[in-house]
Design a binder for this molecule. Structure first.
Ligand code: VGL
Ligand code: ZN
Length: 195
């Protein structure tokens, strides 16, 4: 039997309307909600047991204020997703789906750039990969921001760990359109299913 889950990568305000606002971000958020509704609602639109039957895991870029990836520290990015600021918060339309123990933070160590969310950790110090294993997942759907960075690195780590990876192409946002297309093409060649 196939067990599916959804991983939502970095749908955080700094990547949507903040310091690192990405193209297609608003649409990606709304399409992600539509995808969730399709998985979790019956034909009549009635709510099923959303979170128990279809796990939704959230990744958060979650940096200290002096993270090494920031320009002032010699990195390449403007400051973004600083822990405790609005820029690091999950979009409000997705908050109803985000359980604390299903929320995984990455980039918390000032010295480490961590694009992949695979080793992000929840409030119980469990990693995303560990929780997907505990849930007996075989198939992981991925939505999020940004295609070329966190989405790609997370998808590749999931694939390496043996999951079937389904990247939802309407549910992702990007820094650069050409970079996005190139990343999609390369991921498809690697065995990630673009849907
Ligand atoms: C990301 C830039 C900087 C990402 C994180 O999650 O895609 N991009 N930090
Ligand atoms: Zn970051």
């Amino acid at each position: 039997m196939n067990n599916s889950a959804l991983v939502v990568v970095d749908m955080l305000y700094d990547f949507i309307d903040g310091s690192l606002a990405c193209q297609n971000a608003d649409k990606a958020v709304q399409e992600t909600i539509r995808f969730i509704d399709r998985q979790t609602k019956g034909q009549g639109g009635e709510d099923h047991e959303i979170l128990d039957t279809f796990p939704i895991l959230f990744i958060r870029d979650h940096h200290p204020a002096d993270h090494s990836s920031f320009k002032e520290q010699g990195g390449i990015w403007p400051p973004h997703c600083v822990a405790g600021t609005r820029g690091g918060d999950i979009h409000e339309d997705l908050v109803p789906y985000a359980k604390e123990e299903m929320t995984f933070d990455k980039g918390c160590d000032r010295n480490v750039e961590q694009y992949s969310g695979f080793e992000g950790v929840n409030c119980a110090e469990q990693s995303l990969g560990e929780v997907l294993e505990l849930l007996d997942c075989t198939d992981v759907f991925v939505a999020g921001i940004a295609t070329e960075y966190c989405v790609r690195n997370t998808c590749e780590d999931l694939l390496k760990a043996g999951f079937n990876v389904h990247l939802l192409k309407d549910c992702i946002a990007y820094v650069d359109y050409d970079g996005h297309l190139k990343a999609l093409q390369e991921m498809a060649q690697e065995g990630i299913s673009i849907e």
